[in-house]
Write a protein that binds this ligand. Structure first.
Ligand SMILES: Cc1ncc(COP(=O)(O)O)c(C=O)c1O
Length: 460
């Protein structure tokens, strides 16, 4: 609460500063509102918002959800006083400039100084744009992505009337190189999507080898780094992921989501193209915009029209506070998330009750409770999920190939191809300090769900 009060004080100072920039306008009175009613409705809104998992708390260790940084929240709210629209300079001059600066910093994190890029609604829209460009440059050719790529790639391809094919993954959840190699040899693949951190397990596709295949087959490479992109700043990744991120500057396009690991409110994705000349594909006439300046209006290089300038202000402010540099505070926070994931993985590996899948490449851990068959494991995962939630620990579930659990005892009955796993995205830096507490709750939930099952089985 103290921190909130401090933030609000800082915010009110900033509002005054903002007002001062418009002080010479003639006085006018905006329409009044009923203060009492507003307060009541705000409280009712807060009440409604109780019906959420506590995403901001370290005991929320489930899906890919992370609270925005206070500076992002406040800069966003400040910009809402103006509510700029970054479609055109006419609608958002200052925030368009901030967007260009903030996006250049993201591009520079990937080693690009010359590029074309902008913010957009999120990872799906950013991938849509990247694949739309790919489709124009490789008309009639297919899009391929791993079977663990985000589900929207197939849907996006269908929207774009491009054929999509999944490529098998190996036991580490990465695109299988031999399967890709066979597929691209057929000559009809226009774009390979390399996922730099899959949604389910955080696996990083073998980018180096994909780039080598590109030399022979000439397809485009699009890196979907919506979730994993910021890990490019981390030197301590294991060798495979490190070498993949080391070559990300060689891909044709990159998607990264500031609203995932970039501490931003939702509605902030980013797409980048290595070759700025793809901007010509966006050429369109808009007789009612783009008149105030000959400078680039962001709407001239993006598929969406209206976009919140507030997103750009929030991102700009966050990157001023936490620059995207190796060894900086932002990078150290990411390292903490990864350390939390490694710590949980080690606890799972050493415990007789659980079997983790492969070691986490980024900060997602996936595991199953030990049982006699995959069906029983799946049921127990669900039971632990519920039992942990009752104890205040919120995990996620995922249906994944049983092949991801190579260390499973051979005696376990493989009575299905997939298994329902427990999944934990440890993306808050605070998770590291909470691993012991998370572990205690997990273990007691596993023991409790085991007892419940034994009791219910033995009942007539
Ligand atoms: C790798 C990856 N790509 C794309 C997306 C879609 O992003 P969004 O939910 O922002 O549309 C996600 C979402 O989790 C993702 O993990």
């Amino acid at each position: 609460m103290q921190l909130e009060q401090k933030s609000l004080n800082a915010f009110l100072d900033a509002v005054k500063k903002l007002d001062s920039g418009f002080a010479d306008l003639p006085e006018f009175s905006p329409l009044a509102f009923d203060e009492q009613k507003l307060l009541e409705i705000l409280k009712a809104t807060a009440e409604r918002l109780h019906d959420n998992y506590p995403y901001f708390h370290p005991l929320y260790a489930g899906q890919m959800l992370k609270p925005p940084h206070p500076v992002a929240r406040l800069a966003y709210a400040l910009a809402l006083w103006i509510n700029p629209n970054n479609h055109a300079l006419d609608g958002g001059r200052a925030t368009s400039a901030m967007e260009k600066e903030a996006v250049a910093e993201i591009a520079s994190m990937f080693g690009w100084n010359k590029f074309l890029g902008h913010l957009c609604g999120g990872g799906t829209i950013a991938n849509l744009e990247a694949l739309w460009v790919s489709g124009q440059l490789r008309p009639g050719k297919k899009i391929v992505a791993s079977a663990q790529a985000h589900y929207t790639h197939r849907r996006i391809s269908s929207v774009l009337h491009l054929e999509f094919e999944p490529i098998a993954v190996d036991s580490l959840g990465r695109m299988d190189l031999q399967a890709l190699s066979r597929r691209v040899a057929q000559g009809d693949v226009g774009t390979v999507v390399a996922t730099m951190g899959t949604t389910a397990t955080g696996s990083v596709d073998p980018l180096s080898e994909i780039l080598t295949l590109r030399e022979k087959h000439g397809f485009r490479v699009h890196a979907d780094a919506a979730y994993g992109g910021y890990f490019a700043l981390i030197d301590t990744l294991a060798e495979h992921a490190k070498s993949a991120f080391a070559r990300i500057d060689e891909v044709d396009s990159i998607v990264i989501d500031p609203h995932k690991h970039g501490l931003q409110p939702y509605g902030c994705g980013c797409v980048l193209f290595r070759d700025p000349s793809v901007g010509s594909l966006y050429k369109h006439d808009s007789p009612y915009t783009y008149f105030s300046s000959a400078e680039l209006h962001l709407g001239e290089i993006s598929l969406e029209c209206s976009r919140p300038g507030a997103s750009a202000a929030a991102l700009w402010a966050t990157q001023k506070l936490l620059p995207l540099v190796k060894h900086g505070e932002f990078a150290q926070r990411l390292e903490r998330s990864r350390s939390a994931a490694l710590a949980l993985y080690e606890k799972l590996r050493a415990d007789h009750r659980f079997v983790p899948a492969f070691p986490p490449e980024l900060d997602i851990v996936v595991f199953v409770p030990r049982a006699a068959s995959l069906t029983e494991m799946s049921a127990r995962s669900r039971a632990i999920f519920s039992s942990a939630a009752e104890r205040g620990l919120h995990l996620a579930l995922a249906e994944l190939p049983a092949a991801f659990f190579e260390s499973l005892d051979p005696a376990v009955r493989r009575d299905r191809d997939t298994v329902t796993c427990l999944r934990s995205v440890l993306m808050k830096p605070e998770h590291l300090d909470w691993i012991d507490r998370i572990w205690q709750i997990l273990v007691s939930s596993a023991d409790a769900s085991q007892t419940t099952r034994t009791v219910s089985r033995s009942q007539p």
